[in-house]
Design a protein around this ligand. Structure first.
Ligand code: ZN
Length: 294
């Protein structure tokens, strides 16, 4: 009787400890409330071009690049996007555990909040621009706009720091990293070739230089050169040559107009230089307007 009482109290203690542990973990970060329901609405995954697939939600874009040496995932969306991404990858016939490399267009919670859990589940290596690495490691609490409110997503340490024009290689795939700062200090675009049975396509996943309402282009305490960086990023983006362009949000490259759920394989739907030039032009106009603000 004494033994079983002791056993019982041990079980109670363990249960309490694990409860406290889970609570402590849950309180470790506080994701801002979802303001756009399209962020968490599932979307049918599809093959964009060659070995490149869309596995994100209705608006938060995530891309899977399938290579001979395992797969690369670009962007994770919110923490709650992870089960959607996982089932999208599996619906396409690929294994979640084959993700070897994790990349992100920029370290905001709506694109990277799932990094920590996917890294843990798959053992993939997280590669992030050197200027976004600290924000990733503190869960966004040092972000120059959203910072100062504690962690907004699960903190995660990068395995490799990326710099302008670095190359990320996996199997037969080579991705060129383009540093396009402004939206965050380490925002990046990715340029690479994908192939199908007919031809190859040069793909640009562009981090569009949108400007948050809180950002002052005259300089922020955590980012004095923000205005200058936006200007350079806009100039750089105009010069890039590609066949297909995509971005961090489906709405930014008009995915829903170019592809309907259930459509067949149509890479040519994403060949749209004019749409890209127009989008960059709008961002340039907004940039010039915002430069006037004090
Ligand atoms: Zn963002």
């Amino acid at each position: 009787m004494r033994i079983s009482m002791k056993l019982l109290s041990t079980i109670v203690l363990i249960t309490n400890l694990s409860f406290i542990y889970i609570r402590a973990n849950a309180q470790h970060f506080q994701e801002p409330p979802v303001t756009d329901s399209n962020w968490i609405k599932p979307y049918k995954p599809f093959r964009i071009a060659g070995n490149l697939y869309y596995v994100g939600t209705y608006d938060l874009a995530s891309y899977l690049i399938v290579t001979s040496g395992g797969n690369i995932l670009i962007n994770t969306g919110l923490a709650q996007s992870v089960p959607i991404i996982k089932s999208n990858i599996e619906a396409l016939g690929f294994k979640f555990s084959d993700i070897k490399i994790l990349l992100a267009t920029h370290a905001h919670y709506d694109h990277v909040a799932g990094m920590a859990s996917i890294k843990k589940a798959t053992g993939a290596k997280l590669m992030i621009n050197e200027n976004d690495a600290q924000v990733m490691a503190d869960g966004g609490s040092s972000d120059f706009v959203f910072g100062g409110r504690g962690s907004l997503f699960a903190p995660v340490k990068a395995d490799r720091l990326l710099h302008e024009h670095d190359t990320v290689k996996l199997g037969d795939m080579k991705i060129i990293v383009l540093h396009h700062p402004g939206h965050t200090r380490g925002a990046c675009s990715f340029l690479f070739d994908v192939k199908d049975e007919h031809r190859s396509y040069r793909v640009l996943i562009a981090n569009m230089p949108t400007i948050l309402p809180q950002t002052k282009l005259s300089g922020m305490p955590g980012y004095p050169n923000v205005g200058k960086d936006y200007g350079k990023t806009l100039d750089d983006l105009k010069k890039i040559q590609f066949d297909i362009w995509l971005s961090s949000h489906a709405s930014q490259f008009g995915m829903l107009e170019k592809h309907k759920p259930g459509d067949g394989y149509r890479p040519e739907a994403f060949i749209d230089r004019a749409g890209y030039d127009e989008a960059i032009d709008d961002l340039q106009k907004n940039y010039l307007k915002r430069l006037q603000e004090k």
